[in-house]
Design a protein around this ligand. Structure first.
Ligand code: IVH
Length: 670
């Protein structure tokens, strides 16, 4: 019997330690399968010997009975709120004021912590054993969510180690990881059920479930951020050291928490954490700065409901509600019409947003959008603004349907829909000024013909004045033409003519890219340039021939053929060459003539460890190589990664030179 009790005790200790490593330290110590064995053994022993059962056992997280309501719990010390600042200069003013109040030199120490975007919780321990867990409620009284909190693996049921006060109330934030949130919403959506608006609501809803088994299934997480109350023991003199102790007692504290000094330290932390924010596992909505020394905290005290010793710097809101005023259709280079939401200007994610792309009419239908709707707009980080959803309760009676146009809003040509594609297109091609403008802007752009000083406004003016019908006209512009334009003097006109002339010497790849063939970006243009010796060869290429080039699939091959077979396009190409556009045919790619890879037809196969496929391809192309997808008599070199298969065999058969990843690096370095 004594052995059984000792074994149960030992199993509990082992499991608690593994839980701590896994949930608090994010550092799993044993494989899941081994953990499961320990857990099953403990469960079996506890079932067989009920006299040894204990509420602190790691098997006792999920109780059996659902509740019919939550009991109220009065907090021993009120749970206060934090004062906010919304920009960095207000943060500086706060830091400066604190220095003044404490008569401190400039480098006062603060603890900078993420402001977790979840639900606040208070956990009360007696002699290291969890007694109850309460929500914040109104700050004075919260709800008893003990049974639910016990199901959260990062909430210690029993504190680790020693030295904790007899009574200890720990505060922290309960969060739902973004991945869990997405998974739950995905399955709710598939089942036609209501979805959560954000991880915070999901965490809050999950914590306030009457059935703890539901809470357990939601995989919530706790980050501890302070001690609310303690007696019968002591705490360190600093908040930073208290966090370290909480960590050692079994709580998860955030790795992102840092000690910083003075305003400059706080500001650089803002910079750093804002950058990390999009990649975090959890939502955070700001940063909390806390004066580190407790004696300073005490001296600073409180103002009404918030401590003076801490401040929350709130990130600019990423979502806001505004009104959809109208939907315009923008015409792109290839004639695709894109619906664009015109919005009542709204400040979101640090900028004022008044437009957002709606991508295509399928998206408009998916959002069930009407003009006049209240819409939620999101702008996260540097990402372009997006309409997330409609607020259906706020739809006005006169909200209007958004109809797909049957005429191009710019040139009036018929709008056509393309088989098997969601996009709709203006059929006007070069007759449509919008398409012409976009094509010409693309033609002169930096990565294409790179005509310096030929900006977008200039293109707009020239097309509006009917002075540019196609790219050919660029090369017949003269000084008289240019002087007719706004803000164009002798000097800038002469300079522009010089850069037009200068651009005539280009590269084959740039020339191909400048043509604006649908789906032919820079990389594909480079592939084409290194696989065809001249324009004539490219113009004659068949779809099959194009498909042998690495990365060119059937759709891109068809686009290229269609484009080049269109008489107006082949005429344009010939006219441009007649005007003197040229490139060095021995040097297909700028500056690659010396590379050992220049001009070689290369195939890549197998798994590479140091590069992605795209990276290798990009590197090869920029060294002047041609990249092909299959090994043939034309192949000069095979780069074989791990698990190379039939291509390697074929290369050996044909006597093609084969190199591995290390050798490739050497070649590239040359
Ligand atoms: S300390 C006296 N630290 O923010 C207040 N709060 O307005 C002490 N919160 O609902 C709070 N992350 O739950 C503190 N690192 C953090 C926090 C944090 C999020 C929440 C807290 C409360 C609100 C305070």
């Amino acid at each position: 019997m004594v052995d059984t009790e000792a074994r149960i005790q030992s199993l509990r200790e082992q499991i608690n330690e593994h839980n701590y490593q896994y949930y608090a330290q994010d550092n799993p110590s044993i494989p899941d399968a081994e953990y499961d064995l320990l857990f099953q053994e403990l469960k079996a022993l506890e079932e067989k010997y009920p006299e040894y059962q204990s509420p602190q056992s790691p098997t006792q997280r999920v109780g059996s009975e659902p509740l019919d309501g939550f009991r109220q719990i009065k907090h021993k010390v009120p749970m206060l709120s934090l004062d906010n600042v919304f920009d960095r200069s207000s943060l500086s003013s706060y830091i400066e004021k604190i220095h003044e109040r404490l008569k401190a030199d400039s480098g006062l120490e603060f603890v900078a912590e993420p402001k977790f975007d979840g639900v606040a919780i208070s956990l009360f321990y007696h002699a290291g054993v969890l007694q109850y867990a309460a929500t914040r409620g109104d700050g004075e009284t919260g709800e008893d969510v003990t049974l639910n909190a016990r199901t959260i693996k990062s909430v210690p049921l029993q504190l680790r180690g020693q030295g904790f006060p007899e009574e200890l109330e720990v505060r922290g934030e309960i969060l739902m990881p973004r991945a869990v949130f997405n998974a739950i919403n995905q399955s709710s959506e598939a089942a036609g059920e209501k979805i959560f608006v954000n991880p915070r609501n999901a965490a809050s809803g999950s914590l306030r479930q009457l059935d703890p088994a539901v809470t357990a299934s939601r995989r919530l997480h706790l980050f501890a951020y302070s001690v609310g109350y303690f007696s019968g023991g002591g705490l360190p003199e600093r908040h930073s050291d208290t966090l370290k102790l909480l960590d050692s007692w079994g709580f998860a504290t955030s790795r992102l928490t840092q000690k910083v000094a003075g305003d400059s330290g706080c500001q650089s932390y803002c910079e750093e954490l804002s950058g990390l924010r999009p990649g975090l596992d959890f939502d955070i909505d700001g940063i909390v700065f806390k004066v580190d020394r407790f004696d300073y905290q005490q001296a600073l005290g409180f103002v009404s409901r918030a401590p003076r010793w801490a401040i929350a710097y709130k990130f600019p809101a990423e979502e806001a509600v505004t009104t959809l005023l109208d939907v315009d259709f923008q015409v792109g280079r290839t004639g695709v019409l894109t619906p664009v939401a015109r919005l009542e200007p709204v400040f979101v994610g640090g900028v004022t947003v008044s437009n957002a792309t709606l991508h295509n009419m399928e998206e408009v239908a998916r959002l069930d959008l009407r003009i006049g709707d209240a819409v939620v707009v999101q702008r996260a980080g540097d990402v372009i603004p997006k309409v997330l959803r409609v607020v259906p309760e706020r739809r006005p009676d006169d909200a209007r349907l958004i109809l797909s146009p049957d005429q191009c809003p710019v040139c009036g040509s018929e709008v056509i829909s393309i088989e098997q594609q969601v996009a709709i297109r203006c059929s006007g091609a070069w007759l449509c000024p919008a398409q012409r403008k976009q094509s010409l802007k693309h033609f002169v752009s930096r990565k294409a013909m790179d005509i310096e000083g030929f900006g977008e406004k200039l293109v707009d003016q020239l097309v509006d004045k009917d002075m540019l019908k196609s790219a050919v006209d660029i090369f017949s512009l003269d000084i008289q033409d240019l002087l007719l334009l706004e803000r164009m003097g002798d000097k800038s006109a002469a300079k522009l003519l010089k850069s037009i002339e200068h651009s005539k010497k280009t590269t084959f790849a740039r020339f191909i890219y400048a043509l604006g063939i649908p789906e032919v970006g820079e990389t594909t243009a480079r592939s084409l340039a290194s696989n065809f010796s001249n324009v004539g060869a490219l113009l004659n290429a068949s779809e099959e021939e194009l498909q042998t080039i690495d990365d060119i699939g059937p759709i891109v091959a068809r686009n290229i053929c269609h484009f080049l077979q269109e008489p107006k396009n082949s005429d344009l190409i010939k006219a441009l060459l007649d005007l003197g556009l040229h490139w060095d045919s021995t040097e297909a790619i700028e500056g690659t003539a010396d590379s050992p890879l220049a001009g070689k037809t290369v195939v890549v196969t197998g798994t590479l460890t140091r590069f992605t496929r795209d990276e290798v391809k990009e590197l090869l192309l920029s060294s002047g190589a041609k990249v092909s997808s299959s090994v043939s008599g034309n192949t000069d070199l095979l780069i074989a990664g791990e698990k190379a298969g039939s291509k390697l065999l074929k290369a050996r058969e044909l006597g093609v030179e084969v190199i591995n990843e290390d050798e490739l690096e050497g070649w590239l370095a040359e």
